[in-house]
Design a protein around this ligand. Structure first.
Ligand code: HEM
Length: 424
């Protein structure tokens, strides 16, 4: 019979010998020695990493502040200690270093509008990966529906695209109009009451209910809530602040806070309501014949996806609730923020609001006495309204988080700098 027990070293069986060595080593490991060892290791590791990032990294030659080049704590300081202010610091860095700046050890930031079309390209031009620091590594990958690789993203994006093209949106116009009418009724009810309405929450409730009606057969009714769900939006706002912490310290959150945060997310917030709803609707839709469900009057995003196994192949058995949540979140907040930006600036500048009111009054006057209201096809021809929408989209930024790109197969030249493949 062979085995470790048969190995003999210096007259003593090997296993026994190694136990003796281990015991000697353990005895010699006093607390001061452990602290010294850990400190020496940490210093050596940090120094080696800093030297690599400064001189050997593929991004070593790019300009930027010393600290941003060697550590992510530089970004942490501006984003966590100063609550999301790194974007302001980045603007200052561009003033100092030019249009291309290394803003973290792994990322280049470009401030040159003409480079936009070189960076944000379609798949036919070149493959683009998303940068994983946003959600990957946090341990919460199974709660989001974010694909980081070009191919996975394409697989899911293509069937979703056709659900959001102009014709598909025109088909659901009445769902949008019904909810806008409800918001108007709610706002009118405050007239002359002296009560202050939180318009951010009111607009968020509007967009949540709209996108919810696109995804679910049983849409949400946030517009029916007496204070437009202010508690929920406060929870989301607080959660949003933590995105920067998640991004910087995924391992700490994974180790210490994951069970707690997971408990909070699934039990305290409304995540579970959406989850349960998506699961229930998926079961319902699966019982219907697939052709009929896509042409129904009340057809939803889930109707179009449930009969294919694509979503569950990408994201596992909880794929539908995760995808539904992603679309719900993405479709609600950017839109309400854009609407809020437009309303705020219009209210602050009556000379810009007045021409819009005049234009809309003229269009509506043609419908006096009729039971219908102008359709979007008519409204989009109104030049001042279109300009307001375009300006609102320009001014309201999409999100407070950078959405970097990585080109896995190609290096590209931007503003005279050659950005190595696989870097961002
Ligand atoms: C004012 C309206 C909107 C703005 C300003 C806006 C802005 C953005 C931005 C900046 C991104 C990140 C793009 C990137 O990094 O590539 C994004 C992605 C996304 N948005 Fe919107 N969005 C709006 C409306 C919507 C609506 C109505 C929906 C849902 C139906 C939606 C769903 C999504 C989804 C699913 C993604 C991820 C797309 C992907 O990874 O391919 N957005 N949006």
């Amino acid at each position: 019979m062979s085995g470790f027990n048969e190995l003999v070293y210096d007259g003593v069986p090997f296993i026994q010998k190694s136990h003796i060595e281990l015991a000697r080593l353990t005895q010699s490991l006093t607390w001061p020695r452990i602290i010294l060892l850990v400190t020496t290791y940490t210093i050596l590791y940090t120094l080696t990493l800093a030297i690599y990032r400064l001189f050997l990294s593929p991004l070593a030659s790019f300009p930027g502040p010393f600290l941003a080049k060697i550590t992510h704590w530089y970004e942490f300081y501006y984003n966590v200690v100063h609550a999301g202010k790194y974007y302001e610091k980045i603007r200052e860095l561009h003033d100092k270093y030019g249009p291309v700046v290394r803003v973290t050890p792994d990322e280049i930031h470009i401030n040159e509008p003409s480079a936009y079309n070189d960076i944000f390209v379609v798949g036919a031009t070149r493959k683009t990966n998303a940068y994983p620091r946003f959600s990957n590594g946090t341990g919460f990958e199974d709660m989001t529906a974010i694909s980081t690789s070009h191919d996975a993203h394409r697989r899911l994006r293509v069937p979703l695209d056709k659900l959001f093209v102009r014709n598909s949106i025109l088909r659901i116009e009445s769902r949008v109009a019904d909810r806008v009418a409800r918001l108007c009724d709610r706002l009118s009810s405050y007239q002359e009451t002296g009560e202050v309405v939180n318009l951010t929450n009111a607009l968020s409730s509007l967009t949540t209910d709209i996108i919810s009606s696109v995804i679910f057969e049983e849409p949400s009714d946030y517009l029916g809530d007496p204070d437009f769900n202010s508690e929920w939006y406060e929870t989301l706002k607080q959660g949003g602040r933590n995105v920067f912490v998640f991004k910087h310290l995924p391992w700490i959150i994974g180790a210490l806070g994951k069970p707690l945060i997971r408990y909070f997310v699934t039990h305290v917030t409304r995540w579970t309501i959406w989850d349960e709803k998506a699961r229930r609707e998926v079961l319902l839709i699966r019982k219907r014949p697939s052709d009929g469900s896509k042409t129904r009057e009340k057809t939803t995003v889930l109707d179009h996806l449930v009969h294919s196994d694509l979503v569950e192949k990408e994201f596992g058995s909880g794929g539908f609730p995760r995808l539904a949540q992603l679309i719900q979140q993405a479709g609600a907040h950017n839109v309400s923020h854009t609407l809020g930006t437009m309303v705020t600036y219009l209210l602050m500048s009556p000379e810009k609001l007045r021409p819009l009111q005049k234009e809309l009054e003229l269009i509506w006057s043609e419908y006096d006495g009729k039971s219908t209201a102008p359709s979007w096809i008519e409204l989009e021809k109104a030049p001042y309204l279109s300009a307001v929408v375009a300006e609102g989209l320009r001014m309201a930024i999409g999100g407070m988080n950078r959405t970097p790109r990585v080109f896995p197969n190609d290096e590209i030249k931007i503003c005279g700098w050659l950005i190595p493949r696989g870097e961002c």
